[in-house]
Ligand binder design. Structure first.
Ligand SMILES: [Zn+2]
Ligand SMILES: [Zn+2]
Length: 983
């Protein structure tokens, strides 16, 4: 402690075992023992000649670093005590008891990997429960009394300052790890490579090295032995157990030819075990016999003491459908599609066969894929390690956060497993969330570790690609080789807490951050907290498979600019420190390539605005304090108006942010109008319906399905003075007798003005029903007293009045989360055809599709047909031109009656039809006769509106709307389905 302060480091991390030293009665003032001194050798490191490699390695590391930190020759490593020098003894607990250094009772307090540090005039004893514990003890001396830290792998991550003396106070302390299972899975690289830096980093931070390869070079293998590494074997091994390298009787292929019954029955056929797709028939007696025999051989030949073997399935979710296999599935698992009982029945069988011959071998299985729950029909043998392999964990939320729909489900599974007595570990697919998505999750992760302690989980397998990994050519051009630097903080803090949960998260963060970024520590801390907050305020979950909406994290006005400003400041502050600069450059890289790039994609992909229905009352007061505003999407990227140039989508220099909430009777808007020159904004009009657009103002344009090309036009200035009219495409001045009765409240802040607005739908002629789509545009005239003028809008080219250019506004109901992402549960999608994507060849078949581009969410009926996507003039909004075949989309609305509207033009004929089905309880569709609602004709380029009503006649009826080509070329657009009330 004292020495850390001398060392110039903030002595903030007071660990629990250090507290014990300071307060325990046996630590009452003794002497400090000097173990290193600048310019001389004052200690000797004593390690027995026949000591295991990890102890010799510990001696080497201790000697090397004592010399390095004190800037002196390294202490000698000797076999027996030195008379002149202070002796540092490295011992395993067994040896220490034999030598009388500690008694058996004290030694029995040590758990796996634990160590005792005992200093006195006889010497400093570093005693490990196992050889790995000695290594950890030696590093503890260096960290605690030498002040050294290893923040990231390699020389780059090593931090210390020279000390003229390193002292250890007299006393004895015992340290056990908070979690017995602590390691990092070093993924995405060649797993046979020599990862010296990352392995060292793990051991220096009290993690065990677990490898999953047996094909190392001699050099790597020897080094792993020095680190007391554990080999985690097995994995996806079902097929290699059916036919292994030891088998001479059959190859997989000849076994299939001779005994297809060993292979899985899939849709009535025995299929070959091709790759990882299927599981073998696990109730077939021959299969069982072969798997037992091969596993026993494998264990005998390959597994060393301390290693463990995971008996994992093939990496696919298809299981045998034969009668005997199915008999194993309890009804509740069958209902859920779970194969947990089948899996654990097999693993129990195989493991028990091995244990009959070798009772000490560690074996385990996964709770994974479609067998991740606790099996209902069998007890997993209590001796089995169970790795809870839940790749989809959400890392944005803590495990016990009730607001996380993802982790809520996982927590249930954790609790079920905790009720069993198995040794539980957890697979942490955090590399995607923390690394590639550059998410600051360390605090949540430490919360999660607290939950693991409560639940009795023995520890995690953290996942990260190592910086010194050997990567494939494809990987080398990605961010993978440097992903560690995006998540370094999470990995480092996790290692600290896995050993000692009593540490102080903020203090640990502070120390690591200020070392890693040097003088830029202040700016980088602020940057970190800013992005962490932005992430936490964005709804949705982050993790593998969640399609994390990173693009939304920069929605809050000003955050992006502030983050860039802090990075620039950090670079300036660290100008003299190449190492800190390098670290900041990784942050800049990830911020640019992930957050900014995703933000751009998100904004460019914005062809549809989603809004969600109101949950709580909203007070119109100009303050967005209500939950509904927090939940709403923030829409931005206003484009500069360029007369006649819809192709130009240049962003406006000063941005505007919009949010929308609705209920059937009201539509709510909240605008944040950024304005750097608040004192100069022009607002001269005070009268309702006066020429407000000549002021600094906002305009809202609203069009709904009953209006065809007519729309409502509302204009207001920052004083809340309103103009409202009803326009059509030919008369933009519109009818001013229209009165929206909108309630409006504005609020002026230092850098923006805010508007909260509530518009009754009674005056608009249509209520906001869930699932329907309207069209809107929001425009801004930035007019300042100094003559500045900038016009911008949401629509392409920044245009104002063109209805074809308005954006679809989808009333999406409540925001529903599905597997952690906000599910798109709107019953009808992309009726505007504006979301256009490239169709895969498999979808196109014999269709003639111009440029291979078609509307998202629509399906092609039959193998052939023809269509193209066209753009409205002066617009970037699409319509569809059908010249052959039929396209359809299912309508998922639950109501009995609905109305279909669309518009059409061109010269041709088209049948409007419904494909009909009856849905069974379990979601199966049975066909019902199709219905033709109408056959329409068009003969002009002018768009014409069509509307049809339909009422379902069968219970659980489910329909798809079909447009079937009859003749000519016919354009279709704005297909909207609205539920209609039934009696
Ligand atoms: Zn079977
Ligand atoms: Zn979550």
């Amino acid at each position: 402690m004292l020495l850390m302060r001398k060392n110039g480091m903030r002595a903030t991390a007071l660990s629990a075992c250090l507290m014990a030293i300071l307060t325990a009665p046996w630590a009452l003032p003794g002497e400090d023992r000097v173990i290193a001194k600048k310019g001389s050798v004052v200690s000797a490191i004593v390690v027995a000649e026949n000591a295991p490699p990890p102890l010799k390695h510990a001696a080497g590391e201790l000697a090397f670093y004592l010399g390095k930190i004190s800037d002196s020759p390294a202490p000698a490593i000797v076999n027996g005590s030195s008379r002149e020098l202070y002796n540092i003894y490295l011992l395993t607990a067994g040896e220490a008891v034999k030598k009388g250094v500690v008694n058996a009772e004290r030694s029995s307090e040590l758990r796996e990997d634990g160590f005792i540090l005992k200093a006195g005039k006889e010497g400093l004893f570093i005693i490990g429960r196992n050889p790995r514990g000695v290594l950890f003890g030696a590093y503890e001396i260096l960290k605690r009394y030498g002040g050294i830290r290893w923040l990231v792998p390699g020389a780059d991550g090593e931090y210390f300052t020279h000390q003229s003396e390193i002292r250890v106070p007299d006393g004895e302390t015992l340290c056990n790890p908070a979690f017995p299972y602590r390691t990092v899975f070093l993924g995405r690289c060649n797993n046979n490579s020599f990862l010296k830096d990352t392995w060292d980093w793990q051991v220096r931070n009290n993690l065990a090295v677990h490898t999953h390869s047996v094909r190392f070079s001699k050099e790597a293998y020897d080094y792993l032995e020095k680190l007391d590494a554990v080999c985690r074997q097995g994995g996806h091994i079902f097929t290699p157990l059916v036919v292994s390298v030891y088998d001479k009787d059959f190859t997989l292929k000849s076994l299939y030819e001779k005994h297809p019954e060993a292979f899985p029955l899939i849709n009535g056929k025995r299929v070959f075990l091709d790759g990882q797709k299927y599981q073998p028939c696990t109730t077939n007696p021959m299969v069982l016999e072969r798997m037992r025999r091969n596993l026993v051989q494998y264990v005998e030949k390959r597994v060393k003491p301390g290693d463990y073997v995971i008996i994992g399935n093939n990496d696919g979710t298809s299981w045998c459908q034969c009668e005997n296999c199915q008999k194993l599935d309890p009804p509740e698992e069958k209902a859920k599609g779970s194969y947990a009982t089948r899996y654990w029945t097999l693993v129990n069988d195989l493991a028990r066969t091995v244990w009959e011959k070798q009772p000490d071998v560690k074996l385990g299985g996964w709770a994974y894929q479609n067998f991740h729950g606790v099996p209902k029909g069998v007890e997993p043998d209590q001796r089995l390690l169970v790795m809870l392999t839940y790749n989809n964990h959400c890392f944005r939320h803590a495990l016990e956060d009730v607001n996380c729909p993802v982790n809520r489900e996982f927590l249930k599974l954790f609790r079920e497993w905790t009720a069993k007595k198995n040794y539980l570990t957890s697979w942490e697919q955090m590399d995607y969330a923390a690394g590639d998505s550059y998410m600051f999750i360390e605090k949540n992760y430490i919360e999660k570790l607290k939950s693991y302690r409560k639940l009795g989980v023995k520890g995690p397998l953290l996942i990260a690609p190592p910086p010194d990994g050997v990567y494939s050519r494809e990987r080398r051009v990605t961010r993978t080789p440097v992903t560690w630097y995006a998540m370094w903080n999470t990995l480092y803090l996790a290692s600290r807490f896995l050993w000692d949960m009593e540490r102080d998260c903020d203090a640990e963060f502070e120390e690591a951050n200020s070392l890693y970024y040097g003088r830029a520590g202040g700016a980088m801390k602020e940057y970190h907290r800013l992005l962490e907050k932005a992430m936490l305020e964005t709804p949705c979950c982050h993790g593998w498979g969640h399609n994390s909406p990173i693009g939304r994290c920069l929605e809050k006005p000003g955050v992006q600019e502030k983050a860039l400003g802090l990075l620039a400041k950090a670079e300036k502050d660290a100008a003299e420190d190449p190492r800190a600069l390098k670290h900041i450059s990784f942050d800049r890289k990830f911020f640019t390539e992930v957050w900014l790039a995703e933000r751009k994609n998100y904004l460019e992909g914005f062809r549809e605005i989603k809004c969600y229905s109101r949950k709580e009352p909203i007070a119109v007061d100009g303050i967005d304090k209500e939950e509904d505003w927090k939940n709403a999407e923030r829409i931005s990227n206003f484009k500069v108006f360029r007369q006649g140039k819809v192709s130009s989508d240049a962003s406006a220099g000063t941005q505007t942010f919009l949010r929308i909430v609705y209920e059937p009777e009201f539509l709510y808007f909240f605008l944040e109008v950024l304005e750097p020159e608040m004192k100069k904004i022009k607002a001269e009009y005070k009268e309702h319906d006066s020429r407000i657009w000549e002021d600094n103002s906002i305009e809202i344009f609203i069009n709904h399905p009953d209006l065809a090309n007519k729309y409502y036009h509302l204009v207001f200035n920052h004083k809340g003075v309103l103009y409202d009219s009803f326009c059509n495409a030919l008369n933009r001045a519109g009818d001013r007798t229209f009165n929206s009765e909108a309630e409006i409240k504005t609020r002026l802040l230092a850098d923006r003005w805010c508007v909260e607005m509530k518009i009754p739908t009674s005056g608009l002629g249509m209520k906001c029903f869930d699932g329907t789509t309207w069209k809107i545009n929001v425009a801004r005239s930035r007019i300042l007293t100094d003559g500045t003028r900038e016009h911008s809008s949401l629509a392409s080219g920044g245009s104002f009045h063109n209805v074809d250019n308005f954006l679809p506004l989808v009333f999406s109901g409540r925001r529903i989360m599905k597997n952690g992402k906000a599910a798109d549960d709107s019953p009808w999608k992309n009726g505007s055809f504006d979301n256009v994507v490239s169709y895969p060849a498999s979808k196109i078949k014999n269709w003639k599709i111009k440029d291979g581009k078609g509307p998202l969410f629509w399906s092609l009926n039959g193998d052939s047909g023809a269509f193209s996507m066209g753009l409205h003039p002066e617009s970037k909004n699409y319509y569809l031109t059908l010249s052959g075949g039929a396209i359809y989309q299912f309508y998922n609305g639950g109501e009995r009656a609905f109305r279909i509207r669309f518009r059409a033009s061109g010269k041709g004929s088209l049948a409007v039809r419904l494909f009909r089905y009856r849905l069974s309880e379990d979601g199966k569709r049975t066909g019902l006769p199709s219905i033709t609602l109408a056959t329409i004709q068009t003969d002009s380029t002018a768009w014409k509106e069509f509307s049809y009503s339909y009422e379902k006649s069968v219970s659980r009826e489910y329909c798809a709307l079909v447009f079937q080509h009859v003749s000519g070329e016919i354009n279709i657009d704005d297909v909207i389905i609205t539920p209609t009330p039934t009696l």
